[in-house]
Each structure stands twice: as structure tokens, then as C-alpha cells.
Design a protein around this ligand. Sequence first.
Ligand SMILES: *Cc1c(COP(=O)(O)O)cnc(C)c1O
Length: 371
Amino acid sequence: MIPQLGEEEAQAAAEAVRSGWVAQGPRVARFEQDFAATVGAGHGVAVSSCTTALHLALVLLDVGPGDEVVVPSLSFIATANAVRYVGATPVFADVDLDTGNLTVETIDAVRTARTRAVIAVHQGGVPFDTAGLRKAADGWGVGLVEDAACAAGSTAYGQPAGAGAAIAAWSFHPRKLITTGEGGMVTLDDAEGAARLRRLREHGMNVSAADRHASAQPVLEAYLETAYNYRMTDIQAAVGLVQLGRLPGLVAQRRALAARYHELLADIDGLVPVRDPAYGQTNYQSFWVLLNPSYGVSRDEALAELAGRGVSARRGIMAAHLEPAYADMTPGPLPVTERLTRDSLILPLHHALSADDQDFIVGILRELSGR
Ligand SMILES: *Cc1c(COP(=O)(O)O)cnc(C)c1O
């Protein structure tokens, strides 16, 4: 990802600085409202990252020691780490080969009596089956946290991916479609939950610092519980508000570039590019390609060849259970996860990518095929 940042973002950040409101203030409040409206949620609570958003989501669900939380291993490691922050145990479930996402079946295969929640990821922007998973989670009586870090602008069942989520966590890291430098958001429809999240991100205070400063009368705050400093700054929110306006254009451009990749790659044997699932549309935050054995060249050879010619493709999505941090766990078999992480690569897809660039990249992949 190369973030698309321009003079408008620079101006907006400068205005925030000149206003004197540099910590969480009115721009954060506006960004929360506009972002929640964009993704079809009732409330948005801005935080410092998606990682802290996931942590607070689990705190809100009262998940803790002795509880299990089902997560995909095939995800950025923050998804699993959030479970450990609250003292619970992550349990890895396998994913679907086409979407890279958890399914009702893969969750059910690892679910136990101790399962308190599931964190399902809209991986690389590809929405999971929101209707299917939400219904199943309700039926099992477990919480469903939606890791929508990559999903701004993705849709499922004709709605934004996070619409109707019990709780969703978003990222504004520069590797995502829209960025605030660092930053995240929790969205949800429940007003009481949103109020508690606002306290949890701000030391457990019952009056926000912004409200306290805005009041003409002295306001005595109370600290209701042990909490965190996970706030977003007004400088970040100012940038986010401009970025949010760019979102529809960014998604349209990425989908057009992805469609062209699909045409160019169609006749190469053994290459399977990611596509829209039947129930929704990806924002193509990650355009990954699975290399089947018939392609004839390994993923690592292909990556090396591309790098050698100046193309910065990346390995496919990581698998947390293969990392040293999770070496103490003994998950059940995760064959699809291991295949996707070993045999897929992510092709360059950004606003500065030209048709010539795409022709050049696919030309290398065609040349390698069957070698
Ligand atoms: C990027 C990402 C995160 C972490 O986001 P931060 O804002 O960097 O904390 C979490 N989950 C997934 C699936 C991600 O892709």
C-alpha cells in the first residue's frame, strides 16, 4: 500500500495544530460520526489503532482468563494478540480457500464449552459471510467481534461490511485504504456500549477531557474503572476526515485495477487471483494470487524473480501459529491456512500503478509459468 496523501491532508493537520486542539477534541468527534455513518454503524469510538480497538472490544465483552476466543491464524498477528491482552486463550480456526476467511464450519470445528467469543477478520478486504457468521454466533451464544481493519469500503449483502455488526474494529494504519498515520475505531450500534468504550479509552473517566475543557463551570471527573489511554488525536482525525472523502474513489480505482489484473492473469495456468465472494465486494486492499502446483514455480521463487526485476510483491498473509510468539500453542490441523500463507503472494496495487506496470508484472508471472 502506498497511502494517497495530499495537500488537503497537510492543510487539515495544520489547521488542527493552529486551533490549539491537538489531543482528542472536536475533530475526533466529527471523524467518529462521519466514519460510523460511512460504514453504517450507530456509533464510532476513535482509538489509537485497530489493535487497541480489538483489545477494548474484548474488554467490553468481558472476556478474560479461562475463556477461549476463536480467531483465524491467517491474519495480522494483532488479531490473536488482542485475545492474550485480556488473559484469554486464542484458539486458531482454519479458513476458506477462496476468501481467506473463517466460516461457520471452521469455527464450529474448534469451538468448545469455554468459547466466549470469535474474532472474524474481513481478510485483506474480502468480507466474510456476515449473515452466516452473525447468525451462527447468536445461536451458539458467543460474542462476534469483527476485525474490519482492512474492510473500509468493502460490502456484504449490499451493505458496508461493518453494518449490523455487534462490534467492529477498524484500522487507519498507512497499510490500509485510508490512514490517519496510526489510528483505529470501534463501531457498534449499542449506545451504552459506546459510552463505556469512551471511558475505557480515556482512563475510565466519566467526563471526557474535551467536555471538561468545553465547560464554563468546573467539572469534577471520577475514574470509574481501571482503563487505558487509547485516544486518537485531533491532528490524526483532521487527516482522517479528508481521507474519508477519498474512500469511494480509492475503492473504485482499486477495483478497476483488480479487474484488469483478472483479465491479464486469466490465461496463466495455476494462478488463482482473489475475487469477490458471491455475497459481497472486496475493496481489494490486498490483491493476492494463489500459486497452484500446476504453475510449476514456488511462491518464494516467484517473489525472488519479481524482486530481482524491481517489483515489490509481498508474501501472502501471515499465519500467527507459525510465529515464535505462538510456538507454545498446539492448534489442530490448519491445512488451508498453511497453504495460503505458503503459496500466495500479494501483487502491487496502488493509486500510482499504471497499465504498463501491470503488463510488466503479469509478463514476468507469465514467463515464469511452467518453468
Ligand atoms: C492491520 C491489521 C490490524 C492492526 O491494525 P493497527 O491499526 O496497525 O493496530 C489488525 N487486524 C488486521 C486484520 C490487520 O490487517
